[in-house]
Design a protein. Structure first.
Length: 150
């Protein structure tokens, strides 16, 4: 089963203003991906970074829905001390390459899990493309197309 890692930007897409075509397309793609998670086609990986970002969401409904989603469907592996050091070092390395703190940590965890990294953030995808990220990094629409999700 393929492991996937959706950053919070992607997980929040269904709660964004759907009046824009791009947002609507990405929402449909995220929902297709999450359907694949619910049907055991994919394993949704989660990390502490998800929770720190989600707890900061002001909309209580959105925050609670995302927490429930990750609690019910999300999987994680507890890193040992050696892995924690590797994750911290990789996060710091990515920060030094102009990644934001949360983005760097998300990418580091995705690499740690060996999962496809999915984000709606174009700038983050460009940074990933320039910086030897060891996993596939994709927009949810592209991922859905490649996986032939319907």
């Amino acid at each position: 089963m393929k492991k996937i890692y959706l950053d919070v930007c992607s997980l929040c897409r269904p709660f964004d203003n759907q009046d824009y075509a791009r947002i609507s397309l990405e929402t449909d793609a995220v929902n297709l991906i999450l359907s694949g998670v619910r049907n055991s086609k994919y394993r949704l990986m989660k990390s502490p970074v998800h929770f720190s970002e989600i707890y900061a969401i002001k909309d209580i409904f959105e925050r609670n829905e995302l927490l429930r989603l990750l609690e019910y469907y999300g999987e994680s592996f507890n890193p040992d001390q050696s892995s924690k050091k590797i994750l911290k070092t990789r996060t710091e390395e990515l920060i030094s390459k102009q990644f934001g703190v949360a983005d760097a940590a998300h990418v580091a965890f995705s690499e740690y899990y060996g999962s496809v990294f999915i984000t709606c953030d174009d700038k983050l995808l460009v940074l990933c493309g320039k910086n030897n990220i060891s996993v596939d990094c994709q927009n949810p629409v592209i991922f859905s197309e490649k996986e032939n999700l319907k």
